[in-house]
Design a binder for this molecule. Structure first.
Ligand code: SF4
Length: 505
């Protein structure tokens, strides 16, 4: 079986996916492509087309794989400058780089066209720094190795053409970073080896429930497995690496079995052996034990601190919808509760066109609304640091709408509250996820949409832009309104819990 670039990508996203794709229960795999994943794919294809359109390339995108491989090899022998969708096959490696570029010395390098940023961690202020993305680098290494084995490349070098059309060098002999003191090439060799073992079924690994699972075709299958096995990744914030370490070092696999481990004994063993449960500190383990107890014994939510919220007339529950694929904020939604009149209403500030003008007008509308409210008699609730990050970015784009100081003051205000931080620091729930949807549903709330998710909203908005269909826009608004209401339900739920504890004391 060939190792392909997409298997390396899948392994980096989830090490279990490679095995499950080949040996998993195929009847449990979701066959219908996820609309959001499909939209990303379509956008990638379109971007690639746009980039290639302006170039003189030999197009080898059609024909059988073997025919294309022969034509690719011949084209490189003939010294063609640019080859589009050539096929590289050598031993168990199979790669289809978007482009192959002839270098001045006659050798070739692979060039992948990506519809994202070419590097990660670029400083937003200076637009400097940043390092290669793991999954881009691993895929490029596979193409380079196949090229070298076929005799058309010498150096471990490749390029990415990013969303802005910039060519970015990927020097695959560079070190990955301080924390991972190996080169990108060594990293590739390691994961290639792991992928090979999984593909040959010489090794198996387990699912681990995480955020990425929601977009995976195996979501239902792996979720059912995790539930049935009482797997430790059902515990909120316990990911694959900690789960595997606990499995290995403590021999504990089920949620209920971690509740009563002896922390003192573990502390002693850790002192004697630094490798024992490395990466799982005692505090983390104590937290895991508490969460396991609440989850396994369905104990109900717990509030640890004396939480109080501002007593004000206006309470705003606020949520934005943005499309990271085009760095665009299309909706600022607010569910307003007036505690004096008892009235509730939903307000939306929506960009009706995907242009800077549309985005700016919607944002300005939001701020006009905020300015219309009595500053000291108003509290704003949101869920996750995302809103704050996005607003700081928007302020730089549209400084004439609102000043930096005002955005900073807004989020620094004690009356502007990120409920997720409170949930994280001061509460626990009998749930595997502490996301707004999981907690609000636990508290009895339900979304009107049959398939509510931020990813779906982005797909709907892209459809709305194409069709101008008002029904799609209404679906987006209803979804956002429900997200805002869910924030209110969570705030009220936490308050009720905190009050009940105060009453007991
Ligand atoms: S559902 Fe999650 S654990 Fe299962 S294969 Fe997909 S990403 Fe991996």
């Amino acid at each position: 079986m060939h190792i392909t670039a997409s298997q390396l990508y899948n392994y980096i996203v989830c090490p279990h996916r490679v095995w499950r794709d080949v040996y998993g229960p195929q009847d449990e795999k979701i066959q219908k492509p996820n609309p959001f994943v499909q939209m990303l794919w379509d956008k990638g294809v379109q971007h690639e087309k746009n980039v290639v359109e302006g170039m003189e390339v030999l197009n080898l995108s059609t024909g059988s794989r073997e025919e294309r491989f022969e034509k690719t090899r011949q084209a490189m022998k003939d010294g063609v400058d640019w080859i589009y969708q050539g096929v590289l096959i050598h031993d168990n490696l199979l790669g289809i780089p978007d482009l192959l570029k002839k270098m001045p010395d006659g050798h070739y390098i692979p060039v992948d066209v990506k519809s994202g940023m070419g590097l990660e961690g670029v400083d937003e202020e200076t637009e400097e720094g940043g390092k290669p993305k793991k999954h881009y680098a691993a895929q490029l290494c596979l193409y380079v190795e196949a090229l070298q084995n076929l005799g058309f490349a010498e150096e471990n070098k490749a390029k990415v053409i990013d969303i802005h059309g910039n060519e970015i060098d990927y020097n695959l002999d560079d070190m990955m970073g301080k924390r991972t003191p190996i080169t990108w090439w060594e990293f590739y060799q390691q994961i290639k080896y792991e992928v090979q073992k999984l593909l040959e079924n010489r090794e198996q690994n387990k699912p681990a429930m995480a955020g990425v699972c929601k977009l995976c075709p195996w979501y239902n299958s792996c979720k059912a497995w995790a539930k049935e096995e009482h797997d430790l990744t059902n515990i909120f914030y316990l990911g694959r690496s900690k789960r595997d370490k606990i499995n290995e070092d403590l021999g504990i696999e089920r949620v209920e079995d971690i509740i009563n481990v002896d922390l003192e004994e573990i502390k002693e063993r850790k002192e004697k052996n630094k490798q024992f449960l490395s990466g799982v500190g005692e505090k983390t383990l104590a937290k895991i034990m508490v969460r396991a107890d609440i989850l396994a014994n369905d104990k109900g939510p717990v509030v640890y601190d004396n939480i109080t919220f501002p007593e004000v007339t206006y309470e705003l529950f606020f949520d934005i919808e943005d499309d990271p694929t085009q760095d665009f904020v299309y909706l600022h939604g607010v569910y307003e509760r007036n505690n004096e009149t008892g009235k509730e209403q939903f307000l939306d500030f929506t960009a009706k066109e995907c242009t800077p003008k549309g985005e700016k007008e919607a944002w300005a509308g939001f701020w006009d609304y905020i300015h219309s409210l009595p500053k000291n008699d108003c509290a704003v609730y949101y869920y996750s640091p995302h809103e704050k990050t996005v607003y700081k970015k928007m302020q730089k784009l549209y400084p004439d709408v609102v000043s930096k100081e005002e955005v900073d003051d807004f989020y620094d205000s004690p009356n502007v509250i990120d409920l997720y931080q409170i949930v994280l620091k001061s509460t626990d729930w009998p749930l595997s996820s502490y996301g707004i949807k999981a907690i609000a549903v636990y508290l009895g709330f339900s979304w009107r949409d049959k398939d509510p998710s931020g990813a779906n909203s982005i797909e709907w908005y892209n459809n709305y832009l194409k069709t101008n269909d008002k029904k799609i826009l209404q679906r987006i608004l209803d979804y956002n309104e429900d997200d805002c209401k869910a924030t209110m339900v969570v705030k009220d739920g936490i308050e009720k819990l905190a009050n009940s504890i105060r009453t007991k004391l």
